[in-house]
Design a protein around this ligand. Sequence first.
Ligand code: ATP
Length: 353
Amino acid sequence: MQPAIQLSGVWKRYPGNEEPAVRDLDLTVYRGEILALLGPSGCGKTTTLRLIAGFERPDAGTVALNGEVVASEDRFVPPERRGVGMVFQDYALFPHLTVAENIAFGLGRLTRSARRERIRDLLRLTGLEDVHDRYPHQLSGGQQQRVAIARALGPNPQVLLLDEPFSNLDTELRLQMRVELRRLLEQLGITAVLVTHDQQEAMAIADRMAVMLAGHIEQVDTPEKVYHYPVNRAVAQFVGQATFVPARLNGVLAESDLGRFAFEPRASSPDLVELLVRPRDVSLEADPQGIAVVLSRQFQGPETVYLVQLPCGVQLQTSQPSYVDIPPGTRVRVRCNRARLAAFDRHAQIGVT
Ligand code: ATP
């Protein structure tokens, strides 16, 4: 696989700020890949996009696009020569230009007929033919977003960067645009980096996701791996509900309130570890011999959320299908999907049971 974007050891601190916005950033995005950059507000996601696009210059480190260094200590290629398209969070459409004129704006020097043909292609690609002569204020949020995408795609960029592309859309449109955007990016085979602070959005749209916390990328992997096998507790907690259940390592067994699981300890594994449990990865069964007790039950339509007291003191949160109906106070047996169990020491994941 060929890298399309490579950041190596990139640092960026804004003047007047004590903390760097990004620190020692390493990230590789492969050609044709859709990567979601996920992290809480202020963690440096937009800064990372701006460094790739060329709107910011790194204090240290290098940025390379398709194998060519575009930013380093002694080299800086300006944004317009990077072959990168960017879709901004607020779309940044020109209010006094029509849809077709907005799209034409990004096209640069083309003959009149080539320009007309390109606009027609882009309108078709993004499903905007019927509204080509409308102004931005006459469009829905989803249509405005498509104009911004069409305009960014105009110059045939190798890489498309999207900053919180769904944040201005209501929930239903968001879900629909996720599917549409993913289909469009796949169809074009374009490399895309999409910034979001929404875990579900990142997981739904990306081939891989990079989790960024406090200016640093903690993990880059498929959504499944990041969710079930996060590299450390901070990532585990950011990408979804997480309960940590203590376990004692006894030879090759991890013994816990959830049962005993074979575990391959590392030389440095402590005797006490913690098992990460996701809400859907356990099931509950009423059982008078059970060692856990249901504390609360919250019906939420398709699922019911239970809080369960374990003897070790931990309260485990789990979502069960809503036909599972166990009143609070009931003793239960908690069954685990052991293929999903990862063990952690105080900071990091130390293996899988
Ligand atoms: P959000 O999700 O809220 O957009 P983000 O993850 O995209 O946040 P950035 O916008 O990259 O984060 O900001 C990272 C840090 O750098 C923040 O602490 C922010 O306040 C600071 N910062 C960003 N831009 C500037 C600037 N132009 N001048 C000074 N500080 C800035």
